[in-house]
Design a protein around this ligand. Sequence first.
Ligand SMILES: [Zn+2]
Length: 63
Amino acid sequence: MPARDNFHSVMRIGPVQIGTHRDRNGQTKHAAVCSSDGCGWSADYTSQTAAQLAARTHRCRVR
Ligand SMILES: [Zn+2]
């Protein structure tokens, strides 16, 4: 899991954790972070809905 400042996990969908963190401008971002070993996928979204959708459709690169 990549280091993120002030990352707060709020829910989990499969291997993906959804959480919020603040970017350098102080704005809250919704991050989806895959916790599977060898995957390492993560992305930031402006809404939790978008992050949840990405988590549901995420396919790990490593099986
Ligand atoms: Zn993954």
